[in-house]
Design a protein around this ligand. Structure first.
Ligand code: 13P
Ligand code: SF4
Length: 311
């Protein structure tokens, strides 16, 4: 590690103590951020961890909807996001006004439905929902929706299709997708599988069906950690999710080898939104006490739905 990086790490750790802050980080953050965090996890465990933080400030190293969720579940805490522009293509795909209009149209048509929303969405959309799911609890929640209701699944059509196959529930799918998981190349995956015939492919359920059907395991990031942990003999894993996940897996399980499934246009799939957070911005937000996520009126109803679904 360079002296500059060591100094920056030391500075952040010192500021964290001085400002009474806890750093939460998603698995898709760069390794140097994951290393420094007090807690690293998937969306579900990060939301739960946020409710147990004892410091007055949370620095959320992830994207906007994650920090917003942490604030919704902890009104009294100050929640900082190192870069406020860290968005998500899924959250962008479902503006609340558009969802409200669509729900109204379904009601006028006499359809009886419940809205099940992926946590990768804005608070306004969560407030219009009956349930919130993450990759870690989606199947469980879908099974709680009474059979007499249709399911409107928002905003990830690939995750929705996967859950519909898994549970046998018919769904009306919103037309959103993750820009990272949507672009894996099935041709390159098959070529990699031929090159490494004993490898095991693990894919996130945000991937389209053509990638999932060539995968031995489909699951969210936490499920991936558990699945890989069950293998004791050195194994080649082909990983179809955001590339920083491999840093985590390699750190936890050094006996295995992890290979990224390439994207159609690039060799490695990093989320440009997650990548906006850097160690420098973590330090700066601790010094300035901003950018901060401020409480909004729609958080009240979103909180009810989140607590019912996740806690
Ligand atoms: P999980 O870590 O909950 O599986 O979510 C993946 C993701 O795309 C977060 O943006
Ligand atoms: Fe959104 Fe995809 Fe980035 Fe996750 S990886 S934050 S789903 S764009």
């Amino acid at each position: 590690m360079t002296t500059l990086l060591t100094d920056l790490r030391e500075e952040i750790l010192e500021l964290k103590r001085a400002k009474d802050a806890t750093i939460l980080a998603h698995y898709y953050q760069e390794g140097e951020i994951q290393e420094l965090a007090d807690f690293v996890g998937d969306s579900l465990n990060l939301s739960r961890a946020a409710t147990k933080v004892t410091t007055s400030t949370i620095v959320f190293c992830g994207v906007h909807f994650m920090a917003e969720t942490a604030k919704i579940l902890n009104r009294s805490k100050r929640v900082l996001l190192p870069d406020l522009k860290a968005g998500c293509s899924l959250a962008e795909a479902a503006p609340p006004e558009k969802l409200a209009r669509y729900q109204e149209m379904l009601r006028i048509d006499g359809r009886k439905f419940q809205t099940v929303t992926y946590i990768n969405s804005t608070a306004g959309v969560k407030a219009l929902s009956d349930w919130i799911v993450t990759s870690g609890n989606a199947e469980q929640i879908i099974r709680r929706v009474p059979e007499e209701y249709e399911i409107l699944f928002v905003p990830d059509r690939h995750l929705g299709q996967y859950l519909s196959e898994l549970t046998g529930r018919k769904m009306i799918l919103w037309d959103g997708a993750c820009i990272v998981h949507e672009i894996f190349s099935v041709g390159d995956l098959l070529a990699l599988k031929r090159k490494l015939p004993h490898s095991i492919t693990i894919a996130h359920p945000e991937c389209p069906a053509n990638i999932r059907e060539h995968s031995e395991f489909v699951g969210g990031t936490e499920a991936m950690v558990r699945f890989v942990g069950q293998h004791t003999t050195p194994t080649d894993f082909l990983v179809a999710t955001e590339a920083n996940m491999m840093w985590r897996l390699q750190t936890l399980y050094p006996q295995h080898r992890f290979h990224p499934v390439p994207g159609i246009t690039c060799a490695c799939n990093k989320c440009p939104h997650m990548g906006l957070n850097t160690l420098e911005k973590v330090r700066d937000c601790l010094i300035r006490g901003e950018p901060e996520i401020h409480w909004q009126p729609e958080f009240e109803r979103a909180k009810e739905v989140l607590e019912r679904s996740l806690l």
